[in-house]
Design a protein around this ligand. Structure first.
Ligand SMILES: *Cc1c(COP(=O)(O)O)cnc(C)c1O
Length: 381
């Protein structure tokens, strides 16, 4: 049983939508005799490139592997400083730390939690690249960011691991900057089990990533002809088969998630201490998670425990990366340096969220949340 399976009549935090078509696709891959890199990965690359509106897709073993290869292929490494949000998943930062580059943490916009173009501008002279994250499936502020990135002549990576299918004024997440990455862990919008995808318009970059994922083999992929120090970051055919089956239903999945999000937002409007996620005009969300913000007078961690007592899982999301022990130890980062990030990290709570969360389950979560908040209010009185 996977961690995402619902309890018998409980509410799951997340759950992939696996149907007969998925099982048949994986079975067919198993019977085909090709289990390593093969035609299903190529088909999945094309499908992901279409979703990102770019020319190239390079299938890899995880979203993290994808980000790492982009960093390596762009030549970012020791001596480089990379601007990054701290309000993200650690993988965004790890991807360039693997190559010896150092993070320069940049604060985020209070409404979306995405990296603030003005804050990026302020460190523009000090960094050679920016890791930009489309947080929770909401596109980053790419008009402002693109201007800053261009003016400071930075490389830019679109960590779109939470935003496959999201668009901003018709431009697709994954397509911004030099290259983008999608991720397919089972809690993401579509899954391959483990898996990721690099998407880019830059043919040379795509070629380098293709070689690097495959032990640095030459473009022809000949058996033992290595032109660079590479990795084994390949996607296998079982994962790719699942990816092809899943991505053909991406629009339906995103619609189902938008419906669940709308139901949450409608019901939460009655709770004064809760703020629902903001969606800016011109944005098509690719809902990854549903993260609320609690009023500062509410003890978020106690709400989490009280929800758990009521049978409803929830998660603190995101804890700030710059306050993680391994980052503090290495870069002497400290509390107080990123006020917006730290405020969001203290007050944010991810509620159960997936394609098939029913109206009754949404209702149950909201009622449990109401109970958890009221309980605190009565204690304060
Ligand atoms: C999920 C995620 C990743 C990494 O994906 P994996 O496939 O788990 O390696 C990277 N960045 C962000 C923001 C993510 O949410």
């Amino acid at each position: 049983m996977s961690e995402a399976q619902p309890l018998l009549d409980g509410v799951a935090m997340s759950a992939p939508q696996i149907e007969d078509a998925d099982i048949e696709a994986v079975t067919e891959a198993l019977r085909s005799g090709t289990l390593g890199l093969g035609p299903r990965a190529e088909a999945f690359e094309v499908a992901c490139a279409v979703v990102a509106g770019v020319r190239h897709g390079v299938a890899v073993s995880s979203g993290t592997a994808g980000l790492h290869l982009i960093v390596r292929a762009l030549g970012i490494g020791a001596g480089d400083r990379v601007a990054t949000p701290s309000f993200t998943f650690a993988a965004s930062v790890n991807a360039f730390m693997y190559e010896g580059a150092e993070p320069v943490f940049v604060d985020v916009e209070p409404d979306t939690g995405n990296i603030d173009p003005a804050a990026l501008d302020a460190v523009g002279g000090d960094v050679s690249a920016a890791m930009v994250v489309d947080v929770f499936g909401h596109p980053a502020t790419w008009d402002g960011l693109t201007e800053v990135v261009t003016r400071h002549d930075m490389r830019a990576i679109d960590d779109s691991c939470e935003a496959i299918g999201a668009t901003w004024r018709g431009r697709r997440c994954g397509s911004f900057g030099d290259a983008g990455a999608f991720a397919f862990y089972p809690n993401k919008q579509i899954t391959t089990g483990e898996g990721g995808m690099i998407v880019t318009d830059d043919e040379g970059l795509a070629r380098r990533c293709r070689s690097l994922r495959n032990q640095g083999r030459g473009a022809m992929g000949s058996w033992l002809d290595h032109e660079a120090l590479g990795f084994n970051y390949r996607m296998d055919e079982l994962s790719a088969a699942l990816g092809v089956a899943q991505i053909s239903r991406l629009d339906a999945f995103l619609e189902a998630r938008a419906t669940v999000a709308r139901r949450y937002t409608e019901r939460l409007a009655g709770l004064d201490a809760v703020r629902s996620p903001v969606v800016r005009p011109g944005v098509r969300m690719s809902w990854f998670v549903y993260v609320i913000r609690l009023d500062p007078v509410v003890d978020r961690d106690r709400v989490l425990r009280s929800l758990a007592d009521r049978g409803v899982p929830s998660r603190t999301y995101f804890p700030a990366v710059h306050l993680q022990p391994y980052i503090r130890e290495r870069f002497a980062t400290r509390e107080g340096s990123l006020p917006v990030t730290e405020d969001l990290a203290r007050r944010s709570l991810a509620l159960p969220f997936h394609n098939r969360l029913t109206e009754a389950q949404v209702e149950r979560v909201v009622e449990a949340l109401r109970g958890a908040i009221d309980e605190q209010a009565s204690l304060r009185r």
